[in-house]
Ligand binder design. Sequence first.
Ligand SMILES: Cc1ncc(COP(=O)(O)O)c(C=O)c1O
Length: 461
Amino acid sequence: MPINIQSLFTEHEGNRYDLHTHYLNEQMVRVLKTIGYNVRFTKASGQYLHDHSGAKYLDLLSGWGVFAIGRNHPAIKDALHQVLDAELPNLVQMDVSPLAGLLAKRLLRYAPYMEKVFFANSGTETVEAAIKFARAATGRSAIAYCGHAFHGLSYGALSLNGDTIFRQGFEGFLNDCRQVQFNDLPALEAALKSRDVAAFFVEPIQGKGVNISDDTYLQEVQALCRKYGTLFVADEIQTGMGRTGRFFAVEHWNVEPDILLIAKALSGGHIPVGAVLTRKWIFDKLFNRMDRAVVHGSTFAKNDMAMAAGLATLAVFEEENIVRNAAIMGARLMEKLSALKQRYELIKEVRGKGLMIGVEFGAPTSLKLKMAWSALEAANAGLFCQMITIPLFKEHKILAQVAGHGSYTIKLLPPLIITEDDCNWIAGAFEATIAEAHNLGAVWSLGKTLAGHALQARKTG
Ligand SMILES: Cc1ncc(COP(=O)(O)O)c(C=O)c1O
């Protein structure tokens, strides 16, 4: 009897939290229940999610950025069905896939200064590959990276992670990884000067915190890297593929890195994938002899499902003008959210490019708000954003996230297909929630409850 996935889902979806508590990550279930996100999503389409009661939500996480073209896009579903129906000779290993060749060729159109592509199965795998490419190409071993950087959680990528929360307890990282602060050029030059650094990894806009490169930063980074013989690696796993209103975010700064990393949105969200775009001389230093033809790789990389999904995704990008929509809707949203900043002192800054936007909150100046803010900070620093994201979710059906542990910035990372109406939905929801915070409404008692939970968790943890 063939397995019936739909009925398995329907039968067990009400039981999902128990299943995860017993067999998977219990802490995740506790988080969801504590903040009231245990609404049991049962359906998804485009930029919207539906919970078991039928309520519709606007998704500003897009699966951490993978659903740039929206969930369950018919073109991706169709491409995947076609791969299965065609009974293609997938993953022969002692052959090469035409679909992978085509996807590489089409991807390189977006970065004509690049010549080669290496496919992987995730973002972090592209980072691991880039470390190896850089070491092989330069004969050096040190790597430079930024404070607050996030490049993934496997060991090479974790060695380049700029936040203690991810590193603590996992020590024993790659040797000689040098952290410099983002946007700090003198520190970068000091790190590169000894001419032993293989590569500098940087996100054009940091995912943790939505920190944006200063106007001339990446140009100077490129110049310093060239001067000291270090490869310039742009991690565009989050910022790439239209997210910032250009296909690659580096285009905003007119730079041409030596290595570009993408993943997330490349397969339309359905199949894990990642891609390293680089120059031929770098590629050829690693794959330099026949007996080293498989010196780096991964069993599932270049699989036909991922490649077909990638080809279909790029076709959707062109047909639906995805990058242009991200630029236009991003500008509209920034305008609407920036207008709120004029009216609400709790908003410190609204920043972003395209549809990667951060709304940063900060200590208010008026006496009544100052007292409430200080009390919450004293109970649990960095909790404020949850007082905004929880009502956004519960009352306004907006799914959004805080841009990192203890961050004061809420990150908006919606599918790139959002509409003017969606922008109004977002702005209206932010306004209502922030206005309530300004009027010392219910969000502050929510804050107290959350602080209590946090205290309890620290005690029991
Ligand atoms: C900039 C950046 N690099 C790397 C990664 C890691 O990608 P993955 O989770 O697919 O391993 C992420 C994931 O969020 C990311 O945002």
